[in-house]
Design a protein around this ligand. Sequence first.
Ligand code: SF4
Length: 920
Amino acid sequence: MGLSRYREQLRPSTKVLAVAGLLMLLLVLGAAVFADLLAAHPPDRSTGLPYEAPSSEHLLGTDDLGRDLWSQLVYGARVSLWVGLVAAVVATVVGAAAALVAGWHRGWVDAVIMRVVDLTLSLPFLVLVLVLAAYFGRGLDVLIVLIAGVLWARPARLLRGQVLKIREFGHTEAAHAMGAGSTRIMTVHILWRLVPLLVSQFVRAAAVAVIVQSGVAFLGLGDPGRISWGSTLYFANNGSAILTDAWLWWIVPPGVALTVLIVGLAFVGFAFEELADPQLGGHGWRPPSRRRLPEAVPDPCPPEVRLDVRAMSVDFDGATVVREADLRVGRGRVLGLVGESGSGKSTLGVSVPGLVPHPGVIRAEAVMLGDIDLRRLGRQGLERIRGRDVAIVPQAAMSVLDPTMTVLDQVAESAALASVAAAAERAGDLLSEVGLPLDRHRAFPHELSGGQRQRVVIAMAVANRPELLIADEPTTGLDVVTQQAILDLLDDLRRRLDFDLWLISHDLPLVASRADDLVVMYGGRVVESGPARAVISRPQHPYTAMLLGAFPSLGAVTARLRPVPGEVPDPKELPPGCAFAPRCPHSRGDCDSVVPVERPVQGVMVACHHAPVDSSSGGLPGPEDDLAAASPSSASTTAREARQMALRLDDVRVVYPGRRRGRPDVTALDGVSLEIGAGESVAIIGRSAAGKSTIARLALGLARPTSGSVELLGKGTAGLSRRHLSALRRRVQMVFQDPYESLHPNMTVAGLVGEPLAIAGRGRHERAARVAEALQLLGLVPVERFLNRHAGTLSGGQRQRVALARTLVASPQLIVADEPASMLDASLRATVAAHLLAVRETLGATLVFITHDISLARLVADRIVVLCEGRIVEDAPAVRLLTTPEHAETQALIDAAVRGQVSDCEGVAIDNSATDRSGR
Ligand code: SF4
């Protein structure tokens, strides 16, 4: 990440502080570097003129021994800077190394390092340094070692938490799966992401070291051979400067210099803390003082409306992401807000309680939560209402949970009760209320399944009994069964706790099945809104109609997907007229030049010049054609005849030991035998924790069977050395579920796609050529436009195509795709599936497609394997399995996809509000 990108992340007030801090540091640095030029006298040599007042010869006069005080001031800067910088470098490097080792190895290594950290942090810091300084000597080097020996512990603790978090990120796992060594993963994938936190810890350590060195010298325990600001103050104190006029030039200048250095460090440190945690600071609302806000339009029926948003716009860095959106959440009703990624729906959701990240600016004509006008609340006012009046269930539960705390402690923190015991008790009640089993209350986030983590963040959100709950993509990435369970839970809590619910999702049918009212967004604008039933049964806007057609259903067993062609436009490059015009089959006349405004059409509000349109005539040729062209059946006629096995599991059992004492072991796979021939395309479906991901990990050599055997590309993995396993792993490639986490956000597209080649030691020219070729094939053109972009600037669909390009350059014989489309909009799922099939065809590779999306499984695979609680319960050709399922679990998964009703493996009806199965 370049400096300019860091600068963009800082809010203006922080930039001012950072510049002021840098100027202060430059001032001290200048004094230290040019001390020989600035000072006319040696700082420790007497001029024979004690107690001289300031003059042209002695700018700050002399001390009681006749030494020049100006010289002491400028030379003193050297000592302070030297001690501060060297001690901070040592402390930060040692702390970072300890954090990396502890977080990477975990287990007993982590436990030992953390106990040492705890012990170091509990020691009385200053007293310890003073005692040790007295014992070991008073040289600066000794002091630096002592200070660093104590200061390393704090960065170690903070950084270790981040390492634990980052090592779970998809891009770290992806690098591991590509065969990258620990050193490369720790430096390229982990350390790089810690840079802002490392620098903020370094600056803080430097400030503490300067204070300690000055304090030690002031007490007369410093290096007697070095003149420092602390020693000047020591001599001033002993020379009774305070009783004479001499204090003005003897005490004040070193005091001011110390203050300038420490405040400068603090200002710069604050800027880096903000980079490490962008949530610090502002609330994003345009300050009320800038202009007079219009009064909210009186509501004709106020008691019926919980939230009333009128003409809300959100600007980011010159782009308007949300444009004059109107939205209402009625009391006792559920509002569904839908649209593809990039439509502005999540930004609208987080903007209401002022949580839009910097540098977002929100404008609105009215934002009334009950009778509270949110526009008029300052930062503190908004902080007060968050959690109590309005709460958010954020996207990606894992990213908001602290990996170093148990979920009980985290919920207790949210409960914000005065007494710790009361908060813990309340947290326990809340976790039970959301259906988390008692034995999981003291688990760490990584020990829970995706559904369980979602329950935890819901418990945190409802901890303070909010009146309005905004659930932002609460089911994305979960299997169909867990999706229904989470929505049932929200519905149940809504009734019991009496809050109103605003569901934000890209999954239109899923939201429509739960919402009373629907709002559809595109290009930052609301394009259709009204009662859910009316919107779904008779969509009036072409986008709504095409979005509905994009979703797979049971009909997809016999019918094809119809993804919305094209991509959501960049907010900075919106067309002048209707934003949907480039993708709309009905576009004509003024569509390209005039922005349509909402108007009533057959019971709903629609922003389309030509609504109502005949939706049956919609649909353009799109990726579905690619999908048909690259259908699995065309690819695998020879596959089934192939004799060579890509993956063979023979009576495999995988048992994960309980992570902590007293925890039962988890059986992930139980007697699984499976043969996947070279060139075959096989989908493995099942609920969360059914064992799907364990099969993927076995295929990548990332997990080993407890019993039974695994043969990968014709080689048994048992007993293979790490080097041989890494070499085998390079012939297998994984496409991960989360396109936002599986790519390192700070690496360029060229670096990401070329990483497998870099790991394999290929030259720069070969890498560049193959990367360009792969990007071309995946439709990321013109290639030059993408090569130097960071993953963080790409859309979800583009990221997944970059991941596929990386798979292509690696030329694997086996591709394992773990839910590659589940985090994407429906319209993108078919596109990604088409590209996946194209890559597989190009390489002639075997494909193992792990999914909970049964319709997509049918489109991608020839054969479907159904897993339930670690066992294979059905294995059959795709069409046969979906048209005449034999096992209750297969039927249950099909039912869940269609109606949200399931039975367990034995056919017994289960309660969706019950907890998910635990495990990995
Ligand atoms: S205004 Fe025109 S381009 Fe936009 S959705 Fe309606 S018909 Fe299509």
